[in-house]
Design a binder for this molecule. Structure first.
Ligand code: CAA
Length: 247
């Protein structure tokens, strides 16, 4: 059987890297999407993966641009034949209390975290339906499930991702295409490193497991969801948060 092709947005970030490595380990052709402004960093990242034994392709594409996604992904589809697995993992934070939030803080986060999901899924979706197989995994957040002080923009975008998941799961259900959300809690990455030390310590103090999660713990769930054997799971939201939010 031919290896499946997986596209991971935010592929060179903390969680994205672990997902790329895991899917590559599981025998997939993996393409990591990065921002075109990060070409140099992405090339260094790719070399680092190669040195560690992972052969991962890279694609510079601004996921907040519908035009760029449409052009690049149509080209990718004709080059690759199919993109079987899509992991929407691109995300940024612009944390501010709403009192201090400015237009750019809102629109940048909505564009990169939520509109990107439309921009990237749109050009790939019809082919997944036609092929009778597809896996879409949207990487949301515990803060889309429970809200977070200082993250009106991020929480709105992350909750929106799961709304998209549930609607799309219904549209893919009879066609072999599943759509699921994974909602990480606080995971050790550059994004959580950027939180002020005292605030971060207070957050960790509120996590029942008393620690942040690892990127590999997220990648493991994604790896399961994209397997054939997970074919009956769709529209789900898998929380991986050390008990921070239970529902
Ligand atoms: N609930 C209620 N009130 C709070 C609060 C909270 N959680 N946090 C702060 N406040 C209050 C403070 O008590 C303070 O009140 P007063 O003005 O009455 O004194 C006021 O809000 C301002 O507090 P700060 O000093 O914290 O305000 P700031 O402007 O310096 O910082 C902030 C605001 C940047 C949002 C900061 O609070 C912060 O970084 N919070 C953490 C946000 C967070 O968890 N981000 C997650 C990033 S990682 C990620 O997003 C990955 C993922 O998916 C989990």
């Amino acid at each position: 059987m031919n290896a499946k092709t997986a596209l991971v947005t935010g592929g060179i970030g903390g969680i994205g890297t672990a997902i790329c490595r895991r899917l590559s380990n599981d025998g997939m052709n993996v393409i990591a999407v990065h921002h075109p402004m990060e070409n140099e960093h992405a090339a260094a990242w790719q070399a680092e993966q190669k040195a560690a034994g992972y052969d991962i392709a890279i694609l510079g594409m601004d996921v907040s641009s519908p035009e760029e996604c449409s052009t690049r992904l149509s080209q990718l589809l004709s080059d690759e034949g199919s993109v079987d697995i899509l992991v929407n993992c691109a995300g940024i934070t612009r944390d501010k209390s709403f009192k201090r939030m400015e237009d750019d803080h809102w629109y940048d986060v909505i564009n990169v975290n939520l509109n990107s999901v439309y921009n990237v899924t749109r050009p790939l979706w019809d082919a997944m339906l036609e092929n009778g197989f597809g896996r879409v995994v949207n990487i949301s957040s515990v803060n889309g499930q429970r809200g977070q002080f200082g993250q009106a923009n991020y929480s709105a975008a992350k909750a929106g991702m799961h709304g998209f998941t549930m609607a799309m799961a219904q549209e893919g259900a009879t066609k072999g295409v599943t759509v699921n959300t994974v909602s990480p809690g606080y995971i050790s990455t550059a994004m959580t490193e950027a939180i002020r030390d005292d605030i971060r310590e207070a957050i960790i103090g509120g996590i029942p497991m008393g620690r942040m999660g690892t990127t590999e713990e997220i990648a493991g769930a994604v790896a399961y969801l994209v397997e054939e054997e997970a074919g009956y799971i769709t529209g789900a939201n898998i929380p991986i948060n050390g008990g921070l939010y239970m529902s």
